[in-house]
Structure formats: C-alpha cells, structure tokens
Design a protein around this ligand. Structure first.
Ligand SMILES: [Zn+2]
Ligand SMILES: [Zn+2]
Length: 104
C-alpha cells in the first residue's frame, strides 16, 4: 500500500485567486487562525476555508492562513532574545537560526 503524493500535488498548484474579496476580518488572537483551517473531507489533510488551499498538516495550514490572509497582523516575541517577528513562521525560523543549540 502506498500513500498518495499529496505534498507534490499541493506544491504544484498555482496560487489561488482569493484577493478579490480583500482581507478577511476577525482574527484578533493568533489562536483564531485555527478557525480558518478545517480537516479535509477526504481525511488526508487540511484545507484553508478562505481560499481552499490544502496541506498535509494543521500547523502548515495555520501558517498559510497567517502569512497569506493575515500578513503582519500579529507580533511574536522571541522568549530568548526578545526580538520581535511578524509571524509564527518567522519566529520558528528565527529560533532555528539563532537558538537551535539551546534546549528551548
Ligand atoms: Zn488560504
Ligand atoms: Zn531569539
């Protein structure tokens, strides 16, 4: 039994045309971003309710919602060096680059 090549299919999709409606409202708390991610009906991944884009993990789709639909809406502060980042993904990247040798 083999898994479907979901990842390559997702990356091969063109960018969705969602811009016509403008930026959606709501989302005052970063955790609210999860409200825009639903489990795919096929059970093989997760979908963005705003543009229909799909991904293999809820975390990836949450980052998608933030970076595509709510860019720069939230500020994340690194607990280790207090630098401020504009997205959860940027914070993760920052931690990886600057603090990966630490345990936290
Ligand atoms: Zn989307
Ligand atoms: Zn830091």
């Amino acid at each position: 039994m083999t898994l479907q090549p979901i990842i390559s299919a997702v990356h091969g999709l063109p960018p969705p045309a969602f811009a016509a409606a403008g930026a959606p409202t709501a989302a005052e708390d970063p955790r609210d971003l999860h409200a825009y991610v639903i489990e795919d009906t096929a059970g093989s991944g997760f979908s963005c309710t705003l543009c229909g884009r799909t991904g293999v993990s809820r975390r990836d789709m949450r980052n998608h919602v933030e970076s595509v639909h709510f860019p720069n809406m939230f500020t994340y502060e690194c607990a280790l060096c207090a630098v401020k980042l504009s997205s959860r993904k940027a914070l993760d990247n920052h931690k990886y680059r600057h603090h990966r040798s630490t345990s936290n």
